[in-house]
Ligand binder design. Structure first.
Ligand SMILES: C[S@@+](CC[C@H](N)C(=O)[O-])C[C@H]1O[C@@H](n2cnc3c(N)ncnc32)[C@H](O)[C@@H]1O
Length: 284
């Protein structure tokens, strides 16, 4: 259920959040955020006046509302064609780097992070990777750290795995060349898919707000993955974020954005587009 939120009520919400916290939603695109605020109002059986009153009085409450207004949809190997492209065209180019510094910005519950780690392992690059994964929502980061997902609801993960990693099946046994059991444990009875511990140990998951600027990290990145995050921002904020990503990439580094996203001019001039990836010019 959602409650219709008027423009003035929405502006009041954004203004109150900005006034009482470090979060600034002024440059989010209104449509999605407005819908989520309406959903919060309906779920909490409240109204805009009580919502902004409680936000201004209780910082914990404000944090809990931030966690509720973000859209966290994700999956393992979401958009398999993108992951196939990364496996075939991008990862081979990283083999000459002694360390591979990776930032997943807006990682949600972590499936994208584990997808990349699986590909890195298959490419023999796992040990060289340093991975930081960030999100504004502290609740999704808890799930990401646990690496546990519902099985029945997410059976598609295994299909995606087969499409991207498993490749062809053995004709006589029907088994995939790379079985998912190398990376995932499936407990059908308890309805859980668990990421294997060696993958869980690799990434550092950290709360970070992209609107506030760059993440604190010793050095620049070789790969930044930020998919389906800036679609919730207006064009000027999108450009600011892409510019910040460019400044935080090594020359030759790669930015991967969502398959329905593009980088607009003039920031697009700072990248060379190759398929689903944007490369910062320089030596690779
Ligand atoms: C739709 S999910 C995308 C997850 C994943 N990247 C994917 O494509 O499957 C968007 C994520 O961006 C996060 N997000 C939204 N605004 C953000 C911000 N200002 N800074 C960091 N993360 C943000 C949300 O909390 C959410 O987890």
């Amino acid at each position: 259920m959602e409650r219709e939120v008027s423009d003035s009520d929405f502006r009041l919400f954004v203004k109150t959040v900005r006034q009482y916290s470090k979060y600034d939603f002024s440059d989010y695109s209104d449509k999605s955020l407005k819908r989520m605020v309406g959903k919060v109002i309906a779920d909490k059986k409240t109204d805009i006046n009580r919502l902004v009153r409680d936000i201004s009085n209780y910082s914990d409450y404000l944090e809990s509302i931030i966690n509720k207004v973000t859209v966290n949809t994700t999956e393992l190997f979401r958009d398999p064609s993108v992951w196939k492209f990364l496996r075939k065209k991008v990862l081979p180019g990283l083999k000459t780097w002694s360390t591979i510094n990776i930032w997943h910005a807006g990682c949600s519950t972590g499936q994208e992070v584990y997808s990349m780690l699986i590909l890195l392992n298959e490419a023999g690059l796992f040990d060289r990777a340093r991975v930081i994964a960030t999100d504004i929502n502290s609740e999704v980061l808890k799930v990401a750290r646990s690496g546990k997902y519902r099985y029945r609801f997410n059976k598609g993960y295994l299909e995606n795995f087969d499409l991207v990693v498993g490749r062809s099946r053995d004709k006589s046994t029907g088994a995939a060349n790379v079985p998912y059991s190398r990376y995932l444990d499936v407990d059908e009875e308890r309805d859980i898919i668990s990421i294997k511990p060696f993958l869980l140990e690799k990434p550092v998951f950290k709360k970070h707000d992209l609107v506030a600027g760059e993440v604190s990290y010793p050095g620049k990145f070789d790969l930044i993955i930020c998919r389906n995050v800036v679609i919730y921002f207006n064009h000027s904020l999108q450009n600011r974020i892409f510019e910040m990503f460019c400044n935080n990439l090594h020359p030759g580094g790669i930015l991967v954005i969502g398959s329905h996203e593009t980088i607009a001019s003039p920031v697009s001039d700072r990248f060379i587009r190759t398929g689903h990836a944007y490369k910062k010019p320089g030596i690779f």
